[in-house]
Ligand binder design. Structure first.
Ligand SMILES: [Zn+2]
Length: 569
């Protein structure tokens, strides 16, 4: 049982299950490591596969419920854990593609399938007979002599029912079903609106003088944006690779303001992609669900499964941070304002001025900026550096495997092996922004890890970024922030790749949300280590190694404006 926990037979779905012929989801994959055959999957395969997968899990659950034997850990908890494998097989590629390679057709399927999945999941977690069996096992948990991992599985399974309404009355269960269905649909719409509104915006500049201050690389990228849209000039958009450097470097204050407002008011200025009503509804649904389950607020409800445990601990930490950071942040703010005043600003700094003057001040104080560092962070070199770090730390190796199908030519798949050359995982990397990709960076799995008897079924992991593209004249050169992001997501991917659990629902990054950032934070710290940078950071034009002095500057500037950034966060 992963995120999708249940079943229902979809009478409403008119697509017949005869559509299995030629549908790759209905067969075992014949690809290397049984990776997803993206080259064979067509959009129309998803719906019938989802339908069949839900039907299968429903039958699997029925078999558990109707088992005449007394409920035991094996015949109930483990059996339930093993249900829904086909559903995961379909869901993983579907939801990954929805994030990184979406189309209108995929989004339409998501809208259709989302309520069905919720209903399916509810039909499992609200199944009284099933819950009764789980409860029998749970009530004897102290006598069962379970391993730590088994205890965790039992607790999670029990909570998975209790936190999803299993203890509710019949009428409240019906309310819960409606609310959760509504909530899932709203979340889906929210994300789709953000992507559509982000893609909708573009601003063509034909007068180059409006772009004073932008480095040559950024200008090249803006020209490339325009060319892609079959226009001449320089095109601004709201993708991070355009927005972030523009806010840092563009001298033209009006344009900075224009872009800032466009970016920060996405989906809240009316129009078809407005999210304000959706946000209101999400907040209301969450509160209603929390109340229904006996919690005062949604925060109380979700914190049950966090290391933080309760609201008091969260606010205590936030208050401590506020006390510690506020005086420092005020000092930082005053310093940037003073710098701006001394450099011709006749105004109180506005949000769209902050990056611009901060960057200039940083340059003045530490003689360091993105443009100085980028030539040392050519993507191919960075990849070697990051992979090499994992080899050094954990003895694992990465070999490109072109026989593994990918969903976009920009995606690369690697065989990952351990120090003895034994297969450990598949890693997919997807580095650059596209219209079908949502913003940000993330790690996910295409297949989780689990043990089947003595056989260790290894995971397939993906990391997805939105890094600066190569231009017509230059390879992809990363900023220091992008290098840090790479290390961060790579840290998550290590968590996913190195996992060794018995049960799928506990493996990899299936840990508390406020624990999951640990491996990523650890990996981020390597970004400014001389030993790490020395291994790969050479100038892509001259092959000159990154000067020691530059690394010292990176270190020195590491804490620049961090108090301000922490407060903003
Ligand atoms: Zn993270």
């Amino acid at each position: 049982m992963k995120s999708i926990k249940t079943t229902f037979i979809m009478a409403a779905l008119s697509v017949a299950v005869t559509a299995s012929a030629g549908n790759p989801f209905f067969d075992a994959y014949k690809t290397p490591h049984q990776t997803i055959p993206f080259n064979e999957i067509k959009t129309e395969h998803f719906l019938p596969a989802f339908e069949e997968a839900m039907k299968q899990q429903t039958q699997e659950v029925s078999a558990i419920v109707n088992n005449p034997q007394t409920p035991s850990f094996e015949n109930t908890i483990v059996a339930l854990e093993h249900t829904g494998r086909m559903l995961n097989k379909v869901s993983s590629p579907f939801f990954n593609l929805l994030g990184s390679e979406t189309t209108d057709e995929l989004q339409a399927i998501a809208e259709k399938v989302s309520p069905l999945l919720t209903e399916h999941s509810n039909s499992i977690s609200l199944n009284e007979k099933l819950f009764a069996r789980v409860k029998v096992v749970y009530d004897q948990k102290d006598k069962l002599k379970l391993t730590t991992e088994q205890q965790m599985l039992l607790q999670n399974t029990y909570d998975g029912f209790a936190d999803n309404g299993a203890n509710l009355s019949e009428s409240d269960k019906a309310i819960y079903r409606e609310l959760s269905k509504d909530l899932n649909m709203l979340s889906l719409q929210y994300g789709q609106n953000v992507l559509k509104e982000t893609n909708k915006y573009s601003l063509l500049i034909t007068d180059k003088s409006l772009l004073t201050g932008l480095p040559a690389d950024v200008l090249d990228m803006l020209a490339l944006n325009a060319k892609k849209a079959e226009k001449t000039g320089w095109m601004l958009n709201l993708k991070a690779t355009t927005y972030t450097p523009f806010m840092k470097y563009a001298e033209n204050r009006d344009l900075r303001r224009e872009l800032y407002i466009a970016y920060n008011t996405r989906c809240m200025t009316g129009g078809e992609f407005d999210n304000r009503e959706i946000v209101r509804k999400i907040a209301n649904d969450r509160l209603k669900i929390a109340n229904l389950l006996g919690h005062k607020s949604y925060a109380d409800y979700v914190l049950k499964h966090r290391m933080a445990e309760n609201k008091k601990n969260v606010y205590d930490l936030l208050d401590k941070l506020l006390t510690a950071y506020k005086p420092a942040a005020e000092k930082e703010y005053a310093e940037v304002q003073a710098y701006a005043d001394a450099h011709g600003a006749y105004f109180k700094l506005q949000p769209w001025d902050w990056s611009y003057y901060s960057e200039k001040l940083k340059d003045e104080k530490y003689a360091i900026n993105d443009e100085l560092l980028k030539p040392y962070f050519e993507l191919e070199n960075v990849k070697k550096g990051v992979f090499g770090l994992a080899t050094k730390l954990y003895g694992i190796h990465f070999t490109k495997n072109p026989r593994i199908p990918v969903y976009n030519p920009e995606v690369t798949a690697y065989d990952v092996t351990d120090e003895n050359g034994k297969y450990l995982a598949v890693l997919y990397t997807d580095f650059h922004p596209r219209d079908g990709k949502r913003a940000g960076a993330w790690m996910n799995d295409f297949k989780a890890q689990w043990m089947e008897g003595k056989i260790d079924s290894r995971p397939q992991i993906t990391i997805v970024m939105n890094f600066t593209r190569p231009t017509s004249t230059k390879p992809a050169l990363l900023t220091f922030d992008e290098l840090t992001t790479f290390l961060h997501e790579f840290g998550h991917s290590l968590h996913g790749m190195l996992t060794k659990c018995t049960y799928e629902s506990l493996s990899g990054t299936n840990v508390y949300r406020d624990f999951v950032e640990l491996p990523s934070q650890i990996m981020e710290n390597w970004g400014s280590e001389k030993e790490f940078l020395d291994g790969f950071a050479t100038n892509y034009l001259t092959s000159e190694k990154i000067p020691a002095e530059l690394i010292t500057k990176i270190k020195a500037s590491e804490n620049f404006n961090v108090a301000y950034l922490c407060l903003r966060q």
